[in-house]
Design a protein around this ligand. Structure first.
Ligand SMILES: NC(=O)C1=CN([C@@H]2O[C@H](COP(=O)(O)OP(=O)(O)OC[C@H]3O[C@@H](n4cnc5c(N)ncnc54)[C@H](O)[C@@H]3O)[C@@H](O)[C@H]2O)C=CC1
Ligand SMILES: N[C@@H](CC=O)C(=O)O
Ligand code: NA
Length: 431
C-alpha cells in the first residue's frame, strides 16, 4: 500500500484502550486496505508503564501532552475518560491539527459545543461513536443518515451496567452488590461505578443524544437524573404483577407547548410492559428507539459496553477520520442552530405506578382517590389486595405533569390511613 503510515497516539490503555490496541494490530492489513494508507501506533500514554507488560516498552509514555503534540502523530484516540486532563489533551490535539476519536461521554456531555467549535476551527474531526451505546452505530446515523428528517423522540437503554444489574435482579434474584461486582469484573462499569448506578453515565449519553437529535446544545446538567440505587425488590415484584419489568430509561423528547417547542431530557427507572421491545433487552445490551417524522420508528440494538464492542466503535471512527485525513477533508460536524430551551422535569408529562399499604377501613379508597383528584391526576387503574390490617392499593395513573404526581405522593405519605408508600415508579409504554 502506497503512502506514509498515519500515526496514532493512544491515550489510555485500560479496558477499551487495550482492546483498541489489540484489534488495531490484528486487523492492520484490512485497515490499511480500507483507509488507503497504513495506520500504526506512534505511542501509548498510560499512568503506570509497569502495568502494561503486553505493550512494547518503546511505545509507552506517561507524558500524554507531549505525545499528542508530537510532529509524527496524525490522529489521537482518547480513552482515558473523565473531564481532566482529557479536555486539555483534546484541545491540544486540535491546535496541533490532529483529529480526535473519543469514547468519553462525560466530557462530550459537559463541553461538547466548545470542543466541536475547536475541532471545526482547526479543520479536523471529532468523532465519538463509542461514547453512546458502545458498539451500536447510533451517533453517525443521527448526525448523517437522519440529517434530512425531523426527530421527535429518542428513548432507550443506554447503560450496560445498570441493565446488567436490573436483569440479574429480575431473572435470578441476585443482590444489587453481587450484580454490580459482576458488571465491574466484566469491564462494563465506569472507573467509579457510581457514575453508572446513579445515572450520571446515562444522563451524559442522553445529553449527547438530545443535542444531536434536536440540533440544540444540551449538557448533562440539563438532564433530569435518577439512578437505580432506590429500585427495590418490591418495585421489581410489583412490576412483574402487572406484566412489566423495570429498566433504566433515557428519554429525549421534543415537546410542543404554548410557548413553542422545547426539549425534555430525563433518565430514570421505569416500569415497561414485558411485551415492549425494550423489556427483552438483557444483560449489558443497549437498545435505542428513534422516532422521526418521515422515517417513523427505528430501533438500534447491540452491545453497549465492554472492551471489544466499544473498541469496534472506536476503530470504526478511526478508519473514518483516517480516510478524511487521506482525502484532505474533515467530516460533518454537529449543528446546534435550533437552540431550543430545555423543559423542566416538573412540567414533563409522566405516568406513575404507586403501591400503598393502607388501613382497610371504609372510605380509605375514596380518601386516596381524592388526593389524586386534588392534584388533577387522573387514575387509570386501581387494584386492592388483601384485607383487614394489611390491605394494599396498587394505582396506575394517566399522564400528568411530573410535579403534580410527586406532590400527590408527598400528600399520600402524610395521610393517617396510608401506613406506607411501598413502591413508586414511573411507567412508560403502557397503553
Ligand atoms: N468500558 C466500557 O464498556 C466503555 C467505556 N467507555 C468510555 O471509554 C473510556 C475508557 O473507559 P475504560 O477503558 O473502561 O476505562 P479504564 O479505567 O479501564 O481505562 C482508562 C485508562 O486510562 C488511564 N489514564 C487515566 N488518566 C490518564 C492520564 N492522564 N494519562 C494516561 N493514562 C491515563 C487509566 O490508568 C486507565 O488505565 C471512558 O471515557 C469510558 O466512559 C465508553 C463505552 C464503553
Ligand atoms: N459504564 C458504561 C460503559 C459504556 O458506556 C455502561 O455500563 O454502559
Ligand atoms: Na455507539
Amino acid at each position: 500500500m502506497s503512502g506514509a503510515p498515519l500515526r496514532v497516539a493512544l491515550l489510555g490503555c485500560g479496558t477499551v484502550g487495550s482492546a483498541v490496541l489489540r484489534l488495531l494490530a490484528e486487523q492492520a492489513g484490512d485497515i490499511t486496505a480500507r483507509v488507503g494508507r497504513p495506520v500504526e501506533v506512534a505511542g501509548v500514554a498510560v499512568r503506570r508503564p509497569d502495568r502494561h507488560p503486553g505493550v512494547p516498552a518503546e511505545l509507552l509514555t506517561t507524558d500524554a501532552h507531549a505525545l499528542v503534540t508530537r510532529d509524527d502523530v496524525d490522529l489521537v484516540v482518547e480513552v482515558i475518560g473523565g473531564i481532566d486532563p482529557a479536555r486539555e489533551l483534546m484541545l491540544a490535539a486540535f491546535s496541533a491539527g490532529k483529529s480526535v476519536v473519543s469514547a468519553n461521554k462525560a466530557l462530550l456531555a459537559d463541553d461538547g459545543v466548545a470542543l466541536h467549535a475547536a475541532a471545526a476551527e482547526a479543520g479536523v474531526d471529532l468523532y465519538y461513536e463509542a461514547a453512546v451505546a458502545g458498539a451500536i452505530p447510533l451517533l453517525r446515523p443521527l448526525r448523517e443518515s437522519l440529517a434530512g428528517d425531523q426527530l421527535t423522540r429518542v428513548v432507550g437503554i443506554v447503560n450496560g451496567t445498570t441493565n446488567y444489574i436490573l436483569s440479574r435482579m429480575a431473572e435470578t434474584g441476585a443482590g444489587f452488590a453481587e450484580a454490580l461486582a459482576e458488571a465491574t469484573e466484566l469491564g462494563y462499569a465506569e472507573a467509579d461505578p457510581t457514575a453508572d448506578v446513579d445515572g450520571f453515565d446515562a444522563a451524559a449519553k442522553a445529553a449527547i443524544l438530545a443535542s444531536l437529535a434536536f440540533h440544540t446544545p444540551v449538557t448533562a446538567a440539563d438532564v433530569h437524573r435518577e439512578g437505580i440505587a432506590a429500585v427495590s425488590a418490591t418495585d421489581v415484584a410489583r412490576a412483574a404483577e402487572i406484566g412489566c419489568t423495570v429498566k433504566l430509561l433515557a428519554i429525549c423528547e421534543k415537546v410542543e407547548g404554548e410557548r413553542g417547542a422545547s426539549v425534555a431530557v430525563r433518565v430514570h427507572p421505569a416500569m415497561i410492559p414485558t411485551s415492549h421491545p425494550l423489556a427483552s433487552v438483557g444483560g449489558a445490551f443497549n437498545a435505542v428507539f428513534v422516532e422521526a417524522e418521515a422515517a417513523g420508528q427505528l430501533m438500534f440494538y447491540g452491545q453497549g459496553a465492554g472492551g471489544e464492542p466499544t473498541a469496534s466503535a472506536v476503530l470504526g471512527d478511526l478508519v473514518a477520520v483516517a480516510r478524511n485525513r487521506v482525502a484532505g477533508v474533515a467530516g460533518p460536524g454537529t449543528t446546534a442552530y435550533a437552540g431550543l430551551p430545555v423543559a423542566p422535569m416538573a412540567d414533563t408529562p409522566t405516568r406513575y405506578h404507586v403501591s400503598l399499604d393502607v388501613a382497610d377501613v371504609p372510605g380509605v379508597l375514596a380518601q386516596v382517590a381524592q388526593e389524586f383528584a386534588a392534584h388533577d391526576v387522573s387514575i387509570s387503574t386501581v387494584r386492592q389486595d388483601g384485607a383487614g390490617e394489611a390491605a394494599t392499593l396498587v394505582i396506575v395513573t394517566h399522564r400528568a405533569p411530573d410535579s403534580a404526581l410527586s406532590a400527590t405522593i408527598s400528600r399520600l405519605r402524610e395521610m393517617p390511613a396510608v401506613r406506607a408508600v411501598t413502591s413508586v415508579l414511573r411507567v412508560e409504554g403502557l397503553a
